[in-house]
Ligand binder design. Structure first.
Ligand code: CTP
Length: 210
């Protein structure tokens, strides 16, 4: 079993020191990578900038931007049996990037943005039927509608929804509460539990008990 996992945030630089990003800690993606490696699977983890160590037995590719994450995932995609997209990818990047630290005088108060590539959706269009695609949907409301809609829109087999507005769970926390859907509908919920336990539960549900 060869699994590819994207994790963490991406950074979209305006200049060498400033960037757009989000508060993803990478903990959920790294917990899934650790749980998959513990099952003896070959694990490729493509990660945006986080402060976590690569789990034992996991091959880590460190990236910064959405484009770099896409390039790293795409080149590893055809060799994987499953792709789990946990990364909180920035949806937009600055249209212009300064190669030097932008001065106040040079700065426009309106920031022009352009969309980044949707990694999961793009790979969902390039997939083989035998590959398993798993997406994540971190929402601040309407999870029961938004998560299954994303499953269809992105060409996934499974989607993991979590409500990041609930106290003590979500992007930067050590715990999570997740709800899982597949193409047939809602599978179940689990948590709040440490992300390591959530990871094992998700792998059991999606790939069968270890
Ligand atoms: N995703 C991705 N590439 C992107 C944006 C999202 O691979 N450029 C993946 C995420 O890793 C996640 C899933 O798509 O598995 C859903 O991400 P989310 O940010 O919730 O969805 P968006 O498509 O960005 O939708 P919106 O922000 O409008 O809710």
């Amino acid at each position: 079993m060869r699994v590819l996992i994207s994790a963490g945030p991406t950074r979209e630089h305006l200049d060498p020191v400033r960037y757009l990003s989000n508060g993803s800690s990478g903990k959920m993606g790294y917990a899934l990578a650790a749980a998959a490696a513990q099952r003896g699977w070959e694990v490729n983890l493509v990660s945006g900038p986080v402060t976590l160590e690569a789990p034992a037995g996991v091959t880590l590719t460190a990236v910064v931007s959405a484009q770099e994450m896409y390039d790293a995932c795409r080149s590893r995609f055809s060799a994987c049996d499953a792709f789990i997209a946990v990364a909180a990818v920035a949806d937009f990047r600055p249209k212009f990037r300064f190669d030097h630290k932008e001065t106040k005088a040079e700065t426009d108060s309106v920031l022009e943005l352009e969309p980044t590539v949707d990694i999961l959706k793009s790979l969902g269009q390039q997939r083989r039927d035998s590959q398993v695609l798993v997406g994540f949907a971190a929402e601040t409301g309407d999870l029961e509608q938004k998560a299954p809609a994303k499953l269809i829109a992105k060409g996934c087999d499974w989607i993991v929804g979590n409500d990041i507005s609930a106290p003590g769970v979500g992007m930067e926390a050590d715990a999570n509460f997740v709800t899982l859907w597949n193409r047939a509908g809602r599978v179940g919920s689990f948590g709040p539990m440490p992300k390591s336990e959530i990871a094992d539960w998700l792998l059991d549900q999606i790939f069968g008990q270890a």
